[in-house]
Ligand binder design. Structure first.
Ligand code: NAP
Length: 334
């Protein structure tokens, strides 16, 4: 497995990470047995980075990963690195009620995550969204204390803009910024990616397939269950969906000429954007994982990249990447 290093202070990780969110939440129901088999298959293939959030299914995702790690061969378990997000507040009905980045809350969240994951440290720890009532310096300072005490190895950030990145990096070394980045989601290129590069911070990119929209497997007539985020996502609605899938049709032609799948081309494009970027693929089935890992064998030359960007020009996406009320929580969009 190819390796990449997260920033100047972060760990070496597999060039593709596995994002486990969809195994517990946000994309409708998932199959538990298949989810664990997918994590095992990823570890077996050399994937070392497993990404989760304590709020993905209210602890469900961490317990799932804990179970998968316990039942994996010892060598794979020892190589695995956990990347955990915290801070989102949920209710028993699954509702979202803000973020908590107070230092005492950070340590409380961490204590529960360590227990659910069944590990003695978390490799990268980050608040999912900035708490508007708590300066980022205080939240990052609390994680730095967890690093000092040995409970956490590295500090990460999630969905923050360049100014917040600079403030956080002034407090403690930051390994990576986790943020959405894809052929149809290129907002980080102007200010955020340059700031990360200037400060020696890596990027773990999520939504590389735009939550399946540009995977080549999403169809116009797919019915989404009520608990699927995509049912509320502007990019998956009506006319927007039609226009976005037209982009996928153009990308499919490019992929076919290169004997790759649409998903592989989309992932390979993100891989091509820099050695400091590690795509997190959201596979929750082994067949999807196998397809995603195939992107590592897709070498794109300048002509390929030009053809891809002609098929899907920057800013071609129809619709915002989150509903308006969730966009408001994104420090990265302000
Ligand atoms: N920091 C943040 O704010 C944030 C936000 C969101 C996610 N994340 C992290 O990033 C990870 C990845 O995000 P994501 O799941 O939205 O990304 P994604 O990789 O863009 O989308 C994953 C979805 O694409 C579909 N898909 C189709 N073909 C696929 C293939 N070959 N490989 C993988 N997926 C394929 C699957 O949907 P179907 O199974 O329905 O076909 C899958 O659930 C998450 O698991 C989570 O850990 C972070």
């Amino acid at each position: 497995m190819q390796q990449r290093t997260l920033g100047t202070t972060g760990p070496q990780v597999s060039a593709l990470g596995l994002g486990c969110m969809g195994m517990s939440a946000l994309y409708g129901d998932a199959d538990r047995t298949e989810s664990i088999a997918t994590i095992h298959a990823a570890l077996d293939a050399g994937v070392t980075l497993l990404d989760t959030g304590d709020f993905y299914g209210m602890g469900h995702n961490e317990m799932l990963i804990g179970e998968a790690l316990r039942s994996a061969p010892a060598a794979a378990r020892e190589r695995a690195l956990t990347s955990v997000k915290f801070g989102a507040l949920r209710g028993p009905d699954g509702d979202w009620s803000g973020y908590d980045g107070r230092p005492a809350a950070v340590k409380n969240f961490a204590a529960y995550s360590l227990q659910r994951l069944g590990v003695d440290h978390i490799d990268i720890y980050r608040i999912a969204r900035v708490d508007p009532d708590v300066p980022i310096e205080e939240t990052v300072g609390a994680i730095a204390e967890l690093v000092e005490a040995g409970h956490v190895r590295h500090i990460g950030l999630s969905e923050v803009g360049a100014d917040t990145i600079r403030r956080a990096a002034a407090v403690a070394p930051i390994a990576d910024l986790q943020i959405e980045y894809a052929l149809i989601t290129r907002g980080i290129e102007e200010r955020i990616l340059p700031a990360c590069r200037e400060l020696g911070i890596g990027v773990t990119a999520y939504g590389v397939l735009s939550r399946g929209l540009i995977s080549g497997h999403f169809s116009r007539d797919r019915q989404l269950p009520a608990n699927d985020f995509r049912g509320m996502s502007p990019r998956f609605q009506g006319e927007n969906l039609q226009r976005n899938l037209d982009l996928v049709d153009a990308l499919r032609k490019v992929a076919e000429e290169r004997e790759a799948s649409v998903a592989q081309i989309a992932i390979a494009w993100v891989l091509s954007r820099g050695e400091d970027i590690v795509p997190l693929v959201g596979a929750r089935r082994r067949d999807r994982l196998t397809e995603a890992l195939g992107a590592l064998d897709v070498a794109l030359d300048a002509d390929d990249l030009a053809a891809i960007e002609q098929a899907v020009p920057a800013d071609a996406a129809a619709g915002e990447r989150y509903p308006a009320e969730q966009m408001a929580h994104l420090d990265s969009e302000h």
